[in-house]
Write a protein that binds this ligand. Sequence first.
Ligand SMILES: Cc1cc2nc3c(=O)[nH]c(=O)nc-3n(C[C@H](O)[C@H](O)[C@H](O)COP(=O)(O)OP(=O)(O)OC[C@H]3O[C@@H](n4cnc5c(N)ncnc54)[C@H](O)[C@@H]3O)c2cc1C
Length: 333
Amino acid sequence: MRVVSQQKAEKNPAAGMDKKEIVKQTAALLAERFPMRVRLNEPLKNHTTYKVGGPAAAICIPASRAELQEILKFCHQQQAAVYLLGSGSNILVHDQGVDMLVFRLNKCCSEISHTDNLVYAGAGVLVAELVKYCEKHNLAGLDFMAGIPGTVGGALRMNAGAFVGEIGDRVILIDAMTYQGEYLTMKGDKAGFGYRRANHLQDKIMLGCQLRMIQGTREELESAREGYLAQRAAKQPLDYGSCGSVFKRPPGQYAGTLIEKAGCKGLRIGGAMVSPKHANFIINYENATAQDIFQLIHKVQRMVFQQFNIWLELEVKLVGFSDEEEKKVFKPN
Ligand SMILES: Cc1cc2nc3c(=O)[nH]c(=O)nc-3n(C[C@H](O)[C@H](O)[C@H](O)COP(=O)(O)OP(=O)(O)OC[C@H]3O[C@@H](n4cnc5c(N)ncnc54)[C@H](O)[C@@H]3O)c2cc1C
């Protein structure tokens, strides 16, 4: 039986009517069976920090890991494409939406606990909650994550980080599930963590992780968190929808500096704008569409390439875009 992985689904979920019909039928069956957990034709703009994106065939919010497993196995049996959504803070969803069943784990993976300096956080826990929890229990080592508006699952998948570190530095164990609904546990050092990537997590669903923290004091941690939040507020356009940094840092360079030097600050396409405050942020300035943002991303890449011969690699993940569209931003053409 063909495995419908998220990676594959991310690439071209809408390719072919058959897949679309399968997803639609699967969504309808699930909505009948789990009426409290499944909503059909859910607009994804309500689930992304960009506030753009068309509907998913359905959004599914399982109440427990057992229920997630049951639903995933059913989707696999039906060969319906599924997508894992955290807080939607690092994705750009196509205006036409996605022919996929989108899962959120905020109910089934919401636990947080600790024993000594080992913290366990479910994938659906918000990074902000995790930071506050650690602070309350005098546990240091992730305070620099304050202000990252994602979930633990999204942070693992992205190896999110800021200022002085990345979440991967603290991860000892990861509980995950395959897209076929099988549980597995991985050691943190086998996740393939690198700069904004986790190579061996791409084809897995994160359920939670154990993190090794170090002793700190509440006062120090509170002051560190406030300092990081103040730095973000000073440098980032937090009043607008965005995905944070659009582009990864090229080796030895800062994407923001290159974009600014290429004269892109303030550049607009439709309702999307290269932030005048932070050039690596493309913001939803005024009712932008995903297409506005996509076109502006591509324009910035071309302008930077023209001037510096560097093609900026996307940090943001495109969801529901065609292979052809993805190719456009993948390399110069
Ligand atoms: C204002 C702002 C500031 C930001 N600052 C930072 C920063 O300082 N550092 C940084 O690294 N990022 C930053 N980001 C980007 C973003 O918050 C992070 O990448 C975050 O880790 C994404 O988490 P998420 O839960 O929103 O994931 P999503 O955006 O929902 O998803 C991101 C990827 O993770 C996958 N995913 C999510 N959950 C799971 C799961 N349970 N299992 C498997 N795959 C999953 C998705 O399928 C997708 O491929 C910022 C974004 C904004 C809007």
